[in-house]
Write a protein that binds this ligand. Structure first.
Ligand code: G6P
Length: 469
């Protein structure tokens, strides 16, 4: 397994390692343990190079990043070029030429470590946009291994990706894999179109012929550990905590909740503008309505993240200043990361969950909320530009760019009759229950371990090309 980050972290080199929270790590751990696999990744900014180590039965192989690497490869090319570009350019992507070579160099470092660690004819899964060149580099170093690549974030349409000065290199890097997974069918289709346009490989449907190999490009929508979330939602301590939060916020108020990494893609500022309009509309006051916005600090040295934080904090102040009273505010803003037990307690008290990104690969908060609502109450207001909206189409879908529309939808959610809430929530829960992070991991590894049939002869692949969409 290769990802930018290891599945463990520690606040300082003196502290013990802790497993990072999240469904992905818990879904992949059993597979890695069973096959005595290793996880190759960066240990985080405070870490210097350290030796491979075992933690909770999993072998971790740290890759070190210098201060310059963090600036150019991580904050620069990964998070100021690719991240905004792949999220519909909702912030202008920066095409800074000095970030490209460090991105190539760090990808090579990861590929070399993987080439050393992988067993003969082994399987390697490379994750996310930080490491798109690794599959190609690894294939050159170790043609015997099967390589999977999974992109956790959206893959953009041709018109946007075409802006990237290094578009061909990135596509060719990904084509080093045998199986390339995306969150949605759209992402996979965008990729095949781009391959046809900017590389010499030819794709049709979900398969691409690459120098005699056949590469699969397909959607594998990621999900949550449904059972674990459900267990937490019935845990007496979590239920008691939810009661306490409800009592603190007011028994008779409608509680709205937002939970996001503090990222400009999440549409937190537009959501606050819509909430402002709801209070301004006059049908609700601080006495009957409240929003809790949990914002988890993220990538705090990147300028755009500092700016979005400022915008959000100004808006919170603006709404509270205008509609608050002494002793009651309309928005409670928590800028911190919360343990999953505490988050589930918040999910339990949330009558209306607001998930309004401008663009999101999947959005697992939406699925966690659904997983917590065992009594089939609650309304999920969900941006139509999230990967989750494909499966969770019984949520109340919104366009986060349309502030008035979003305000009207929030009002509708607040007053939705219980029977309609239950009809929608039952259907949402069925969807999330059926496809968990465990089935995601099983499907992806099954595709990775199955041999792809060889590519067609050149004449067949030309025929395929002519029918490519
Ligand atoms: C997104 C990305 C992940 C990343 C996470 C947190 O979910 O897809 O690859 O790890 O954000 O961001 P960070 O920059 O802190 O790793």
């Amino acid at each position: 397994m290769i990802a930018n980050r290891l599945p463990v972290h520690r606040p300082s080199p003196e502290s013990p390692w802790e497993t990072s929270p999240g469904g992905l790590v818990s879904a992949l751990m059993p597979i890695l343990r069973e096959h005595r696999g290793v996880w190759i990744g960066w240990a985080g900014s405070s870490e210097q190079a350290c030796e491979p180590f075992e933690h909770e039965g999993l072998f971790n192989v740290p890759v070190s990043l210098s201060t310059d690497d963090v600036r150019d490869y991580y904050e620069g090319f990964s998070n100021s070029t690719l991240w905004p570009l792949y999220h519909d350019a909702c912030q202008t992507p920066q095409y800074n030429r000095s970030w490209w070579s460090p991105y190539v160099a760090v990808n090579r470092r990861f590929a070399e470590v993987a080439a050393r660690e992988a067993a003969p004819n082994g399987h390697v899964l490379v994750q996310d946009y930080h490491l798109q060149l690794v599959p190609g580099m690894l294939r050159e170093l170790r043609p015997d291994v099967r390589i999977g690549f999974f992109l956790h974030i959206p893959f953009p349409p041709v018109e946007l990706f075409a802006q990237l000065p290094w578009r061909q290199q990135l596509l060719e890097g990904m084509l080093g894999a045998d199986v390339i997974g995306f969150q949605t069918r759209h992402g996979a289709q965008n990729f095949v179109r781009l391959v046809n346009r900017y590389t010499t490989s030819r794709g049709s449907g979900q398969t691409i012929a690459v120098e005699g190999r056949r590469v699969m490009a397909k959607e594998y929508p990621i999900s949550i550990d449904f059972v674990r979330i459900q267990q937490l939602a019935t845990d007496p301590n979590v239920v008691a905590r939810a009661k306490a939060i409800r009592a603190d916020l007011g028994e008779n108020r409608t509680i709205m909740l937002g939970v996001d990494r503090l990222d400009y893609t999440k549409g937190i500022d537009q959501r606050l503008r819509a909430v402002y309009e709801v209070f301004k509309g006059g049908r609700h006051t601080v006495d009957d309505l409240v929003l809790v916005q949990v914002s988890v600090p993220s990538r705090e040295s990147v300028d755009e993240y500092i700016e979005v934080r400022d915008r959000i904090e100004k808006l919170v102040g603006h709404i509270n200043g205008e509609f608050g009273t002494v002793g009651a505010v309309p928005v409670h803003y928590l800028r911190r990361s919360l343990p999953i037990e505490e988050l589930v307690a918040y999910y339990l008290v949330a009558d209306v969950m607001l998930v309004t990104p401008f663009r999101d690969g999947m959005n697992l908060v939406a699925k966690e909320y659904v997983g917590s609502r065992q009594d089939d109450t609650g309304v999920l207001v969900l941006s139509e530009f999230t990967g989750s909206a494909v499966e969770l189409d019984r949520a109340v879908l919104v366009n986060p760019h349309d502030i008035d529309g979003m305000a009207a939808t929030i009002e509708r959610a607040i007053s939705m009759p219980k029977a309609e809430q239950a009809r929608r929530m039952r259907s949402l829960r069925q969807r999330v229950r059926k496809r968990t992070v465990y089935s995601w991991a099983a499907d992806f590894t099954a595709a990775l371990t199955a041999e792809n049939p060889p590519a067609e002869s050149p004449s067949e692949s030309l025929a395929a090309d002519s029918t490519a969409s």
